[in-house]
Ligand binder design. Sequence first.
Ligand code: HEM
Length: 516
Amino acid sequence: MDVLVLVSGFLLLVFVQWWIRGRSRQLPPGPKPLPLIGNLLDFTLKELWLRVNTWADKYGDVVYLHIFGQGILFLNTFEATVDLLDKRGGAYAGRPYTVMCSELCGCEKITAFAQHGPLFRRHRRLMQYALAPASIQAYRPVVISETYAFLERMSGSPQDYLRHLKRFIGSQTLSMLYGYTVDSEDDAYLRAMNRTLHLLSNHIASLGAGLWLVDVFPALKHFPAWFPGAGFKRSAAAWKRHIEESARMPYEWAKHSSEKSSALSSYCAVLLDKFAENGAIGPEDDADIKWIAATLYIASLDTNLTLILHFMLAMVQYPDVARKAQEEIDSVLKGSRLPTLDDRPMLPYLDALMSEVMRWTAPVPLGLPHRVDEDDIYNGMSIPKGTLVFPNIWRMTRDPELFPNPEDFIPERYLEEVDEATAKKRDPRSYIFGFGRRRCPGANFVESSLWLVFAGMLATFDFRKAEDAEGNDIMPKPEYVDVTFRLFAEFPCDIRLRSGNAVKLVQEARARCDPA
Ligand code: HEM
């Protein structure tokens, strides 16, 4: 009898332990996977955020899937995202590790792809210094002069807006990072950097680039490059060379020119000065400054382009909003000059419009993936080490409780009086820049650079719908072309100078920026 009690007790203990372990290994809910390929067929590269939203409706706050065993977790509420990516930030700060991108193409040196380790921490410390509000003041003159140069080019041929925008964002970023002035669209540094961005987005590092076989079967990396089928190794070697060259060239230029007293103040100059104060710059610091600058270029382009294009789309689709913002600008400036950052406190409607652009755009709708570096449990659900975690920023910006009629563009929602907690929850800056230790370090910078573009464009141009051959308005319908950014191709619109005075104001503003 005693033996029976002992054995039953032992079996009960084993069962309880098994049950607890089983429960603790319970993965979050999600669509049912197929053997081996998992949920591969559930994914789409077209507006993936809409598909994820349907999973959120069906399965709730957290949704888990896998592709070939690689776990993928979507966090569908602000609260769940803060719980994991902010509050447990130390464990959730990794990035995906892939043989093709991280190893063969050498992208680990680019901060956005770096694992959560010593290089990442050094980079983030330097970025924090160089992109802090006090340092940003130093780049303001180049930001302003590039903005006016853009408005001047736009006033010559407004219908070429996409070309002007790409040139503007590239020139402004190179200028701010290296103190380098681009004088044509064919500039060698501009071309090299843009090719790096193209390689990363289309061939190496995004979902849109597809899945490399070597990432499913890592042993393939040991094949010699000449081996039939190992073409990926030859491509990776060529791409790696290009990426390194595109980072090296403008940085060498900045180092050389920072020795001259006439050098423009830039991110590189700020950091080179900081190191010079502490003695000679070591090889590790040198490499860090170079790769951070390249990272910042790569991170600036598509994010800025996505936001400015959505701003233009909103101005075309919501002419009353554009008119209201223009009336506010006119009432303060009376057509005497273009708006400057000092005018911002007098233009509250424009501020509300900018917040609404950020919310409505949700430029990186599913953020960038964070990799979990240790096994974790959340609300009784198991999150295995190595899972890639995506914040569902798209859903946060469409929360109907916070934003009634979320698909409509309504700046007035930001003019309502609300308590501090609600204001923080509704501020798109609380989520569009990502979370935790990976949160976008460029958030402070774009706050003033984007405001200046929006204010300048509204002061200078009218945005209308284009007309078809019969004179009917063409409703612009954006075609999203990227899986990471809400980036769309050109859309038909009719952009015109507001008046002859607008050209004069742009030319005067430009002239004030030119060194005497
Ligand atoms: C224009 C609007 C921008 C938006 C909406 C935006 C948004 C984001 C988001 C969502 C992330 C991922 C954060 C995460 O993993 O949780 C990110 C990362 C990053 N952003 Fe931005 N960004 C913008 C502009 C910029 C600019 C202008 C710069 C540089 C001056 C910049 C530099 C970076 C860098 C370096 C990272 C990688 C951070 C890391 O991996 O540690 N961003 N950004």
